[in-house]
Design a protein around this ligand. Structure first.
Ligand code: ADE
Ligand code: ZN
Length: 341
């Protein structure tokens, strides 16, 4: 007789893609201590417990202050390799077979680290992930929206030399007061150079920022997008355009975008016909990688195996994978669901 998988086992086993993941947000305290020691960099905390107890955020900015401080420890190409490799090993154990990773070059170039140091380390780990772990990947370079557009233009210029390794550009950091319109020109230039575009919008910011990301930045996906639920017309537009949302449940909880996961808009968005996906955002800071995110939101919203199957399938539909590879991965999800529902 066929063994019936528990919801947790079903979630762990289903092939998944991650589409919203900041590599600097995967920096686990243990690795942070190790790298700080070998680089002779002082950090504010002396134990893992101390660091973890500092991870009590009341909003996005609270978190970003700690996240940027943690990234200061990263100095060499090997540091960026180790950071990326540690993440790939984690998701390998969770059946994440494709990942689209954000990196924030300005966080590093702003303190004198070369763009090439950052990207060489990340890229080498992604290549090893492909050959040693069988994990497919894409790389998305984010502009920090609290900085000016001129700095974003300089970053885009730095990226040209590494264009073959970068699939898209994105927009992250402090959302309120920094609308997508601030970056309209640099996104236009990026698109002209062949980059796909995404942007964080509607995490803390209003639905208006999502409209701007759509109409001015011509994005292919919205990162977060929770606040779309406040605007009926926008919801219709997103459904018509089959515009994916990269939802991050544990991030939303930790940053108090929602007070309780039971109030999370995911299911309502899905019921409206939105192409939603589940992602971990900054797993080292928010208490969980992909499987923990799927489990937490499934329990809070009473999701069924069919819901989880749809979410996993959506993650490939919304990916930047080449059509043939995408089709192949979707077939793997379909087969898994048929055999384990
Ligand atoms: N950078 C890292 N995580 C982020 C998030 N959740 N929102 C905006 N910027 C970020
Ligand atoms: Zn994010």
């Amino acid at each position: 007789m066929k063994e019936v998988k528990s919801l947790e086992e079903f979630i762990k086993g289903i092939p998944k893609a991650e589409l919203h993941l900041h590599i600097e947000g995967t920096f686990e305290p243990e690795l942070m201590f190790e790298i700080a020691k070998r680089n002779h960099v002082k950090i504010k905390y002396s134990t893992v417990e101390e660091i973890k107890s500092a991870y009590n955020f009341s909003n996005l900015q609270d978190f970003l202050d700690i996240y940027y401080a943690g990234a200061q420890v990263l100095l060499t190409e090997q540091d960026f390799y180790d950071l990326t490799w540690a993440y790939l090993e984690k998701i390998h154990a969770e059946n994440v077979i494709h990942t689209e990773i954000f990196f924030d070059p300005q966080t590093h170039t702003g303190r004198g680290i070369k763009f090439s140091t950052v990207i060489n380390g990340i890229h080498r780990a992604l290549e090893d992930g492909r050959t040693k772990l069988g994990i497919n990947s894409k790389l998305i370079m984010c502009f920090l929206r609290h900085l000016d557009e001129e700095s974003a233009f300089k970053t885009l210029e730095n990226a040209i030399e590494f264009k073959k390794w970068i699939d898209g550009v994105g927009l992250d950091s402090s959302e309120l007061g920094h609308p997508p319109s601030k970056f309209q020109q640099v996104f236009e230039q990026a698109r002209r150079q062949g980059f796909l575009t995404v942007a964080h919008a509607g995490e803390e910011g209003p639905a208006e920022y999502i409209w701007e990301a759509l109409n001015l930045l011509k994005i292919s996906r919205i990162d977060h997008g929770n606040n779309a639920l406040n605007d009926e017309k926008l919801l219709k537009e997103l459904v018509n355009k089959k515009m994916p949302l990269t939802i991050c449940p544990l991030s939303n909880l930790k940053l108090q975008v929602v007070k309780d996961l039971k109030e999370h808009p995911l299911k309502k968005l899905m019921d409206h016909g939105i192409l939603a996906t589940i992602n971990s955002d900054d797993p080292a800071y928010f208490g969980g990688y992909m499987v923990e995110n799927y489990i937490a939101i499934s329990k809070a919203l009473n999701l069924s195996k069919e819901d989880i199957y749809i979410l996993a399938k959506n993650s490939f539909i919304a990916s930047f994978l080449e059509e043939e590879v995408k089709k192949d991965m979707i077939e793997r999800v379909d087969r898994y669901y048929k055999e384990n529902k």
